[in-house]
Design a protein around this ligand. Sequence first.
Ligand code: IMP
Ligand code: MG
Length: 176
Amino acid sequence: MDKNVGIEKILITQEQIAARIKEIASQLDKDYAGKKPVCICILKGSFLFFADLVREMKIPLFVDFISVTTDGGLVPGKIKFLKDLQSNIKGKHVLLIEDILDSGSTLYALKKQLEEREPASVKIVTLLDKKARRDAPVTSDYTLFNVDDVFTVGYGLDYAGEYRNLPYIGCLGFTL
Ligand code: IMP
Ligand code: MG
């Protein structure tokens, strides 16, 4: 079946994503000059965004990968590591690269746990920010796009595991 099936509308095109990534990458290059940040890809949703963003950055940096689950619960502070970092972030400048900031409970808990490892700083870079849905006290430091309260898929984002390989961000033809 065609991978576009079920997409009602394209919200953000491939060209818009690429242009915004260039802008944020050059901002990060300025803000992190001389800091060699550890850029952390939060799997699976941010895999494409992460790869494109770090490729546009010109400064020296490190990459690492993490996978967490909220166990279906919405209790802030409760996450389980499915895959932890391989690097020690103590004293390092950390950039958490996320696909979408929704209720914020995942990033709130993740940021809190990583801060216990005593990094020099932790900041959040998110592809999408759905501010209307925020519960947890977490804000993004670098946002590519703000989106309304619609369910988005594509460019890493999934619905039941599908649609991650769309090159654009769209919404499905139904409301959850
Ligand atoms: P939060 O903890 O509620 O902020 O949830 C964040 C996670 O929920 C994201 O990393 C996504 O995996 C998923 N998510 C939230 N909204 C969407 C959406 O519109 N499309 C796809 N996944 C979403
Ligand atoms: Mg997901």
